[in-house]
Design a protein around this ligand. Structure first.
Ligand SMILES: *[C@@H]1O[C@H](CO)[C@@H](O)[C@H](O)[C@H]1NC(C)=O
Ligand SMILES: *[C@@H]1O[C@H](CO)[C@@H](O)[C@H](O)[C@H]1NC(C)=O
Ligand SMILES: *[C@@H]1O[C@H](CO)[C@@H](O)[C@H](O)[C@H]1NC(C)=O
Ligand SMILES: *[C@@H]1O[C@H](CO)[C@@H](O)[C@H](O)[C@H]1NC(C)=O
Ligand SMILES: *[C@@H]1O[C@H](CO)[C@@H](O)[C@H](O)[C@H]1NC(C)=O
Ligand SMILES: *[C@@H]1O[C@H](CO)[C@@H](O)[C@H](O)[C@H]1NC(C)=O
Ligand SMILES: *[C@@H]1O[C@H](CO)[C@@H](O)[C@H](O)[C@H]1NC(C)=O
Ligand SMILES: *[C@@H]1O[C@H](CO)[C@@H](O)[C@H](O)[C@H]1NC(C)=O
Ligand SMILES: *[C@@H]1O[C@H](CO)[C@@H](O)[C@H](O)[C@H]1NC(C)=O
Ligand SMILES: *[C@@H]1O[C@H](CO)[C@@H](O)[C@H](O)[C@H]1NC(C)=O
Ligand SMILES: *[C@@H]1O[C@H](CO)[C@@H](O)[C@H](O)[C@H]1NC(C)=O
Ligand SMILES: *[C@@H]1O[C@H](CO)[C@@H](O)[C@H](O)[C@H]1NC(C)=O
Length: 496
């Protein structure tokens, strides 16, 4: 009896443990595949707890509907990657996965994320919450997520980005936030994202891109603004403070009232895409007509350019300087160009005031006040001939041979009958070369000094030697006066 019970219980127990062992999600043969540490399920109907094989690291669910993800959704597993898409998820509570690096919950119906969703995920690097129904983003959402590299919040319904949302995600490189309801970016909303490389605000309802929201992003290379149909202005400094931008996509954006002329200063720009986007023909955007024709720049798909230029040419514009390469540093005796790019209609006169007081004119007939001036003159309007400086038709000043006297502030003044404007360019001397020259001079000084010393020593030694020889000679035939005068030198050589 006793042994039978024991045997029976063992069998039952064994069956139970077996059942427990095998009761993982992997039993759903046709919906799930479990290979190595990865569990992939497609079109699986199961609610509640998902028991994973021990040691599962990667979960990939597609169309596995659930309403809420919470602390007890996954049993077992040390999850590093969770992909759970197109599954009608509505709520997500705290994810307690210490090793989680990657989370993709896109294409669900998420309307609410618990504030502490990521508090216990210190390793999180990638979050995709795009294509959901999020309308509020808590300031604390990424409070403990400083490891994040990529955040995708596209295609939700939130209206704004607060200044605190990305305050702690200082390692972020890739950010996508566009949605049609997004119209407001707080001041400083992105100023902490020093490492940002890729920024997409496409498909959003934003009107102005203000520098105050962005700050300085020296690594930013891609700015995606496609389909921002309400966009009218982009701050000059927004582009200007991210000097390494390579790609700007501005397709399908309606009419831009003010396109930032700082685009001209982007040395690494590969292309500016502008299909089905227009620039309003106004004086502020006039620079674009000069830049567009520059063969080194690539504007992709500005179909309406001829309309733009036609209307622009009919508008009288006072000149504005849109680009100077200030400050500039030149090497001694080398040549250099000081740029002053200006747009005005009619094309303006350029006047350069250079250190030392000389004045250079180019295209001076555009301004009646200076039309009678000599091309190059001094304070008294006396014509001067310059060997080392000249101007060209585009308004640039060329320094043919950099000298110390060329250091200083150069003022570019542009004028036509509708107005004038000016900017100052600082010209410096390459301090590296300057330093080298100084060092070289110093070395030369030292070596000459040493040489001189050596010569002196040699000379003295020779002199003393001679004198000694002289003395020895004289010892044989000493004279009263010579003895007295050579007494000291006679001792010295013996001590040397
Ligand atoms: C599973 O892991 C083994 C060894 O770690 C590896 O050789 C194999 O390719 C993996 N299989 C798959 C499908 O990843
Ligand atoms: C987690 O959510 C399920 C519903 O999916 C619910 O039954 C369960 O009580 C929740 N557990 C916790 C700890 O909130
Ligand atoms: C996982 O491991 C635990 C012990 O660490 C064990 O109790 C449990 O039965 C295992 N589950 C599966 C599904 O293997
Ligand atoms: C979540 O579950 C873990 C253990 O799985 C537990 O340590 C933690 O306290 C739980 N957190 C919450 C908020 O329930
Ligand atoms: C950033 O994300 C976008 C789309 O989400 C992708 O196309 C791009 O390659 C990513 N860039 C980097 C640097 O990860
Ligand atoms: C988002 O925009 C749509 C259409 O413009 C509007 O109907 C909806 O109310 C907006 N939602 C929110 C949360 O602002
Ligand atoms: C940009 O600044 C203007 C005022 O200068 C303000 O009206 C607008 O809302 C700001 N835009 C954004 C996106 O913050
Ligand atoms: C552009 O935005 C509109 C609405 O804002 C949307 O319907 C359309 O699909 C978007 N186009 C692209 C190419 O994303
Ligand atoms: C053309 O563009 C390049 C790079 O932006 C610039 O260095 C050059 O001066 C431009 N030329 C003219 C004539 O504007
Ligand atoms: C002036 O600019 C035009 C293009 O706008 C260019 O072709 C020309 O080479 C430039 N001239 C000088 C002297 O740089
Ligand atoms: C040039 O101008 C700057 C400020 O614009 C000034 O600090 C500097 O002293 C000036 N340099 C000379 C040589 O006048
Ligand atoms: C330059 O323009 C200002 C107005 O912006 C005007 O007051 C001034 O007289 C102009 N200077 C010259 C020399 O035309």
């Amino acid at each position: 009896m006793d042994s039978l019970t024991i045997i029976l219980t063992t069998i039952i127990l064994h069956k139970l443990t077996n059942a427990l062992d095998t009761a993982t999600i992997c039993n759903n043969d046709n919906a799930c595949k479990c290979i190595n540490n990865t569990v992939s399920c497609t079109t699986l109907a199961q609610d509640g707890v998902f028991v994973l094989p021990n040691g599962t690291e990667i979960v990939h669910f597609d169309n596995v509907p659930i309403t809420i993800i919470n602390n007890s959704t996954f049993a077992n597993g040390k999850l590093q990657k969770i992909t759970w898409v197109a599954s009608k998820i509505k709520f997500v509570e705290a994810l307690n996965h210490n090793d989680l690096k990657y989370l993709d919950l896109s294409r669900n119906n998420i309307i609410k994320l618990s504030d502490d969703i990521f508090y216990n995920c210190p390793c999180l690097e990638y979050v995709d919450l795009s294509d959901n129904q999020l309308n509020i983003l808590s300031d604390n959402l990424f409070l403990h997520s400083s490891s994040l590299r990529t955040i995708n919040l596209e295609k939700n319904i939130f209206n704004s980005i607060s200044k605190n949302l990305f305050k702690h995600t200082i390692n972020l490189q890739n950010l996508s936030i566009g949605n049609p309801n997004l119209t407001f970016l707080d001041e400083n909303a992105m100023t902490n994202l020093y490492k940002l490389e890729y920024l997409s605000i496409e498909n959003s309802g934003i009107r102005n891109l203000n520098q105050s929201s962005f700050g300085v992003h020296i690594y930013l290379y891609s700015v995606i603004l496609n389909n921002c149909t309400h966009l009218t202005s982009i701050d000059n400094n927004f582009i200007g403070s991210s000097s390494n931008i390579k790609i700007i996509e501005l397709n399908n954006c309606g009419t831009i009232e003010s396109l930032p002329s700082s685009i001209v200063s982007l040395k690494n720009l590969q292309y500016l895409q502008m299909s089905n986007t227009q620039i309003q023909p106004n004086c502020q955007n006039g620079w674009f007509s000069q830049w567009f024709n520059n063969e080194t720049t690539t504007v992709v798909g500005y179909e309406k350019y001829s309309n733009f230029i036609k209307t622009l040419n009919e508008i009288n514009c006072p000149p504005t300087i849109y680009y100077t390469n200030s400050p500039i540093t030149l090497q001694l005796t080398k040549k250099g160009i000081i740029n002053c790019m200006a747009y005005g209609n009619p094309f303006p006169a350029f006047t350069w005031l250079i250190p030392g007081g000389l004045t250079f004119h180019e295209n001076k007939q555009a301004d009646v006040d200076i039309a009678h001036h000599p091309n190059i003159h001094n304070w008294d309007l006396n014509q001067i001939v310059s060997q080392s400086l000249l101007t060209d038709k585009n308004g640039s000043l060329h320094i043919l041979r950099m000298l110390r006297t060329h250091i200083g502030n150069y003022t570019c003044y542009v004028s036509n009958k509708y107005g004038n404007s000016s900017k100052t360019v600082e010209v410096h001397l390459d301090s590296g070369v300057f330093f080298n020259i100084k060092i070289n001079a110093l070395l030369l000084g030292i070596s000459s000094a040493l040489g001189f010393l050596m010569l002196t020593i040699l000379c003295c030694a020779l002199k003393l030697l001679l004198k000694r020889l002289n003395c020895m000679k004289k010892r044989s035939q000493p004279t009263e006066t010579e003895m007295g005068s050579t007494e000291k030198p006679k001792i010295l050589p013996e001590n040397v």
